[in-house]
Design a protein. Structure first.
Length: 399
């Protein structure tokens, strides 16, 4: 294609949101599109050397595009989700970090009015307390989503420009934007637009560095939750006993006072009466045979971080357990529970040992591991799901 033709194509891609990938195939060379993005970034105030450095070498990344469009191969049951995110290792590390950063967390709680254990739990879930940075260099991932993605190109273009502007201002070093395929970065995974709105400089060094500064990352999270409606005058919620055969209101939109829920027959998990004026909603994430929870608007604040009930409950449970609170009492309605991170790693080793090659064990359950699980399930007469479950783990010799 002649140079003028490229210019017209890139203008169409960047200006109207047309998907370049759909026009020229998955192997579309994004170099010319990236070149246009550099110019657009400079026009938006990004220093030319920063735009050049951060977008240099950006090329088509099949994994980014696949993650942006593909659906999970199996539905993640809440007991799998909780077993993986709230395991003994994360609880232990959480208690260690609670002690290590006690003053910082206490100061953050005083300033923003957000429970320190909740802030700590978000940190633990989002980056394993800063130990996991993410698999993608976010400027390159965002460039892929703009130039070869199939949806929301305008949104991702804006996030990319904001990323480059953050580095250009000197808040976060250009090399430190490691994170998710969608562009989130830092120890508590902020999108660039969220960073611009809610990140804070808590350590007082003149920069809002969510990558290298634990105080900045944790305070920014507290500021996010406060802005989302968290109030420390109320709990996130608590587990309850729901009467057998209950057919009354349920769901996050069906709110009532605690006293009203008590009148409907709900009890505290220890059997005590429920009363009070605080509004709450009844959620039963695993159905009528699983645990029930009365959740306040603080739980909605948790879900604003990630619009998932399972995510909100993982944060809530981890916050309870790092502060020596009680685990959920009602068991999940399954005889085939999920695996912790340590068990998932061991499962991969067992699959390899038994001839179901899944590559180098890393504890991450991707397509290769799920394919190995399916083969093992078929061999041992289990339902073929590809799910990292207790039954397949036990069949392979796991303990």
């Amino acid at each position: 294609m002649q140079q003028g033709g490229w210019k017209k194509l890139i203008a169409a891609v960047l200006g109207s949101g047309i998907c370049a990938g759909s026009m020229t195939g998955a192997a579309f060379a994004i170099e010319s599109c990236v070149s246009a993005l550099k110019k657009q970034a400079v026009s938006a105030g990004v220093r030319p050397e920063i735009a050049e450095r951060m977008l240099k070498g950006a090329s088509f990344d099949e994994k980014v595009i696949r993650f942006s469009t593909s659906q999970p191969e199996y539905k993640t049951e809440i007991w799998d989700y909780m077993a993986f995110l709230v395991d003994a290792e994360r609880i232990k590390d959480g208690k260690k970090n609670l002690k290590k950063h006690r003053k910082t967390l206490t100061d953050i709680e005083k300033r923003y009015g957000v429970d320190r254990h909740i802030v700590l739990a978000v940190w633990g879930i989002e980056s394993d307390f800063g130990q996991f940075k993410g698999d993608f260099y976010t400027p390159h991932a965002l460039a892929n989503l703009v130039c070869a993605g199939k949806r929301r190109q305008k949104y991702f273009r804006g996030e990319l420009i904001k990323t480059l502007q953050i580095a250009s201002r000197g808040d976060v070093p250009a090399s430190d934007f490691q994170g998710s395929w969608a562009g989130a970065f830092g120890q508590t995974q902020f999108m660039p637009s969220t960073y611009n709105s809610l990140a804070v400089d808590f350590d007082g060094d003149g920069r809002k560095d969510l990558v290298n500064s634990v105080p900045d990352a944790l305070a920014s999270t507290a500021n996010f939750l406060k802005n989302a409606g968290w109030r420390d005058s109320r709990a996130w919620g608590y587990e309850v006993k729901v009467p057998a055969g209950y057919s009354g209101p349920a769901g996050l939109k069906k709110r009532a006072s605690l006293s009203t829920w008590g009148q409907r027959g709900l009890k505290k998990i220890d059997g005590g009466n429920i009363s009070g004026k605080t509004e709450a909603a009844l959620i039963r994430p695993a159905g009528a045979n699983g645990p029930g929870f009365l959740v306040t608007r603080n739980f909605n604040a948790l879900r604003s971080y990630n619009a998932s009930t399972s995510y909100g409950l993982a944060i809530a449970l981890l916050s309870e357990l790092v502060s020596d609170g009680d685990p959920f009492k009602t068991p999940w309605p399954t005889d085939n529970p999920g695996l912790s991170r340590a068990q998932r790693l061991e499962l991969q080793k067992l699959l390899n040992r038994n001839g179901f090659n899944v590559g180098e064990p890393d504890g991450k359950v991707g397509p290769l591991t799920r394919a190995g699980i399916r083969k093992a399930e078929a061999k041992y007469g289990l339902p073929v799901t590809g799910r990292p479950s207790w039954n397949v783990y036990n069949s392979l010799g796991g303990k």
